[in-house]
Design a protein around this ligand. Structure first.
Ligand code: ANZ
Ligand code: ZN
Length: 868
């Protein structure tokens, strides 16, 4: 055994052992407990960042721990390889997205390997390869035939200069991110997944997901947004053109119907179009609304604006005439694109009514008993007893809901309805680097799905896009084809799919990644699925997880899977954060400096109190800790850390810095501390091994000091097992091992039996750390004399008898202040403990002249004597 800890050598050796033994390749083994441990696969952006390292280390620790529990553990990895960054890089460097992507994958794979992850690489999945996406296309054609995918016009952000569709995040302040052109809304045909058909199930089966964070389930519930309300019709009669009809609105507050003082429609609503005839001002306003962003967040924050029309509708119950307004806060694609406005009880309507001097009529008594809405500063949105509502006065929300529904049904002007906020999922992208949509357009047959024997529709890989629309649309060799139905010349669809589609089913493909008989081999898929533990960032809490849950159900309904949900347990890891430093520029902007280029001074608690730039020695501002990002220039390259200290130090630091679901603050001192600890372990083991391995420990012959050491060993096992197995608290598990190390370092090593005890201690350290720092533990295990590699060893078992204590040390307090210690038999009664405490000489000194009022005994811990 080397005298020094040399991570480079031992990590290479451990990794080549695993490679040679194929240690992480798994197959279905009936009868053996399976554990499917999955970390969200990366986008091959170029190199790993700290967030990846954290995510994959957490997954690896769990996978390795479960393997030590004797389970058949599947931990796969792959690449979410389609997407825009490849196109942007292609344009910048004039290289095909495929080439850029494959090169990134090769490099990042080598990085992942250097971290020593227990991955079954034979199952690697790359979503931009035809052997993967052909099955996505296959499912698409099935769903298209079933009507679960359909085509209709959708509104998109159109960049008139680049002649391309932009994603919401590419529209910045209403302009294209590249061209700077003012973005227009356009209607173009798009493909949609009918996810709304699964809305109810996506909501209700959340209740079965006990292993998911409550916060994520809440986010999913809100996104799906089920609301029970009422559809209400407001009849109208447009005399000038002789048109009659009824304006339909959706409301969750039918109890406030008697307080409606106007109605408002979206700019795209047919009634708005009708009213704008011969009204240029209204036409201009409608055009302005239509041009705005399609992002819902922008809609919510924008200033409320509207224009009146000359139209009126009738209140369905009173017949009163209500004016029709066009308002920018009404969304066309929600509810019915129109609202009954109740300014007294709806915040948006209230703001709007104030601005345009519309009446405010209160119909719900506030908890303070107020009844005059027009004098309020704000809408009253709570439920309450009805007022000013005629026959409905005095009813509560439920009562009013039912009574008003009955009244509307009698007039055939309304009924209750449940609706969802969730929209169907538009997946068409007018981009090149994505999975081709397998549809052929024929003049006589319409939209024809590509037949199974013509799949996959292969994306050509040698194309360099130029940013002006999709190159596929300019490649006749791609889009010219013949109709599969009638054989006439036809045109292939040139849109590609949203990359969220690939990441919605990769977890299932890992079960049988090379299967050519279908999307998944149902036997293998049902063997491994659902995933036992899924680990990834909170940024995927809504869309990715929702789409993956949806796909799982789609695949179930195709007969491919039997389970209802893909991920049994979900761990959302916290962010990796680091200190930020900057200087203010003359123009008021900030120039950010990387922590590596800054020298800092800290106070006793480790807080940064001063910082200067290494290059010029002048001070920089301290910006506080933030998520590592390019924009704040506070990223630390994990590769530098691995090169300098080795993967084990890197893994140990990450796991020790904080529990996995909390943010983890990067610190050089922390990394050095982790490295120092591993060197300590090495030193103790090296000293021990160099004297030859001891004989077998005879537990029966242990003296008191020996019993104490052995108790420390088994206490560490007990607590680390709870921390890792039950709570994923790797940081406290590591702390247990550190405590044990302190004991072992002080333990005597004179006799063979004393050394046998150290042997047990060191073996325990190696086993407990094995999931976290697998390389050093691999080496230690061999050096400690084991034939079998530690990767095949079991998690240690607590010897409960070692935990039994003959005597206990209790802390003694007098009036809460520490005054001494007593030693009592472990099975001493309360009375005996109290008596021992009272007779303690310090207690007598500090209670002299006082009366003892109370003696509190906390078993196993302390005795507090209250005296005055
Ligand atoms: C009258 C009313 C009175 C409303 C009141 C609320 C409070 P959720 O819960 O999200 O489903 N609404 C309906 N369609 C809309 C649209 N296309 N654009 C903007 N707002 C719309 O919200 C339903 C409520 O949102 C409905 O109930 C309606 O306003 C509004 F005291 O109707 B309410
Ligand atoms: Zn045809």
């Amino acid at each position: 055994m080397h005298e020094q800890y040399q991570p480079r050598e031992i990590e290479a050796a451990a990794q080549s052992h695993w490679d040679a033994q194929n240690s992480f390749a798994v197959s279905e083994q009936p009868g053996k407990d399976t554990f499917y441990c999955l970390s969200m696969f990366p986008y091959p952006s170029g190199k790993l960042h700290m967030g990846h390292v954290r995510n994959y280390t957490i997954g690896d620790v769990i996978a390795r721990y479960q393997r030590m529990q004797g389970k058949n553990v599947l931990q796969p990895m792959g690449w979410d390889a389609f997407g825009m960054p490849a196109e942007n890089a292609a344009m910048k460097n004039n290289v095909a997205p495929a080439k850029w992507t494959y090169e990134n994958i090769a490099y990042m794979k080598s990085q992942l390997k250097s971290l020593g992850l227990a991955i079954d690489w034979s199952r690697e999945v790359t979503t931009c390869k035809p052997d993967y996406y052909r099955w996505e296309q296959w499912l698409f054609t099935r769903l298209f035939e079933k009507g679960v995918i359909y085509r209709k016009n959708g509104t998109v952000n159109w960049d008139p200069v680049d002649q391309t569709v932009l994603a919401n995040e590419q529209v910045i302040d209403g302009r294209g991110w590249r061209s700077g052109a003012v973005i227009e809304k356009r209607e173009i045909p798009m493909y949609y997944f009918k996810i709304t058909a699964y809305a109810d199930e996506l909501l209700s089966s959340l209740d079965e997901l006990d292993g998911w964070p409550e916060q994520v389930k809440t986010m999913q519930r809100n996104w799906i947004g089920k609301s029970r309300g009422m559809e209400v019709q407001f009849p109208y009669n447009v005399d000038s053109i002789g048109e009659a009809g009824a304006l339909k609105v959706f409301t969750t507050r039918p109890d406030t119907l008697m307080g409606a003082t106007y109605v408002a429609v979206a700019a795209e609503h047919p009634l708005a179009t009708l009213a704008a005839n011969e009204n240029p001002e209204l036409q201009a306003f409608i055009a302005e609304c239509k041009a705005g962003s399609v992002a819902e967040a922008d809609m919510a924050t924008q200033e409320k604006k509207g224009l009146p029309t000359s139209l009126f509708v009738e209140h369905p119950l009173t017949g009163e005439k209500l004016p029709v307004w066009v308002a920018n806060y009404v969304l066309m694609h929600y509810g019915d694109g129109a609202v009954m406005a109740v300014p007294a009880h709806d915040e948006r309507d209230f703001a709007f009514a104030r601005k345009y001097h519309l009446p405010v009529k209160a119909v719900v008594r506030t908890s303070a008993g107020d009844e005059v809405g027009s004098e309020w500063q704000d809408a009253y949105g709570e439920h309450g007893q009805l007022i000013n509502s005629g026959e409905f006065d005095g009813l509560d929300f439920e009562g009013a809901f039912d009574a008003i529904e009955a009244a509307l049904i009698r007039k055939e002007l309304g009924k209750s309805r449940t609706q969802f906020r969730l929209r169907d999922w538009g997946i068409s992208r007018q981009r090149y680097w994505g999975c081709p949509i397998p549809i052929i357009h024929c003049d006589s047959c319409g939209d024809v799905p590509v037949p199974e024997d013509q799949l996959p529709v292969v994306l050509p890989e040698d194309v360099v896009p130029d940013g002006a629309g999709s190159p596929l649309a300019r490649m006749p060799e791609f889009y010219k084809c013949s109709c599969p139905k009638c054989g006439a010349p036809a045109k292939r669809e040139t849109d590609t799919m949203d990359t969220f589609v690939e990441s919605s089913w990769y977890f299932a493909r890992y079960a049988s990644p090379h299967y050519t008989g279908g999307m998944v081999d149902p036997v293998a898929a049902n063997h491994w699925l659902p995933v036992d533990q899924y680990i990834g960032g909170i940024e995927h809490a809504i869309l990715h997880l929702l789409y993956a849950r949806f796909f799982h159900k789609l695949m179930r309904d195709e007969g491919l899977l039997t389970s209802n949900e893909p991920f049994k347990n979900l761990l959302t890891q916290g962010m990796v954060v680091a200190e930020t430093y900057y200087r203010v520029l003359e123009n008021g902007g900030k120039d950010w400096f990387n922590p590596a280029d800054v020298e800092v001074e800290r106070d006793a608690k480790g807080k940064v109190i001063a910082a200067k730039l290494k290059s010029d020695g002048l001070p920089v501002e301290i910006g506080g800790t933030e998520k590592m990002s390019k924009s704040k220039n506070n990223g630390v390259d994990p590769q530098d850390m691995i090169d300098a200290y080795g993967a084990d130090t890197c893994r140990l630091f990450m796991m020790f810095a904080s529990p996995p679901d909390m943010s983890c603050e990067w610190s050089d001192a922390g990394v050095e501390g982790a490295n120092r600890f591993l060197r300590r372990v090495w030193r103790l083991a090296q000293g021990h091994v160099s004297q030859g391995l001891p004989g077998v420990l005879d537990i029966a012959k242990l003296d008191d000091a020996g019993k104490d050491i052995r108790r420390a060993i088994h206490l560490a096992i007990k607590q680390a097992s709870q921390d890792v197995g039950q709570h994923h608290k790797f940081n406290t598990a590591i702390a247990q091992v550190m405590t044990l190390m302190n004991v072992l370092e002080k333990a005597p090593q004179d006799t063979d039996q004393q050394r046998a005890l150290i042997q047990e201690g060191l073996e325990t350290v190696a086993l407990l750390l094995a999931p976290i720092t697998p390389h050093i533990c691999h080496e230690l295990w061999q050096e400690l004399g084991h034939e079998e590699a530690i990767i095949d060893a079991s998690w240690p078992v607590v010897d409960e008898s070692a935990l039994v204590q003959d005597s206990l040390t209790l802390v003694i307090q007098v009036n809460g202040k520490l005054r001494g210690q007593i030693e009592v038999p472990a099975d001493a009664s309360r009375e005996a403990v109290e008596a021992a405490a009272r007779s303690n000489e310090n207690v007598q000194r500090f209670t002299e002249g006082l009366t003892i009022r109370k003696v509190i005994v906390v078993p196993g811990k302390l005795v507090n004597i209250v005296a005055s």
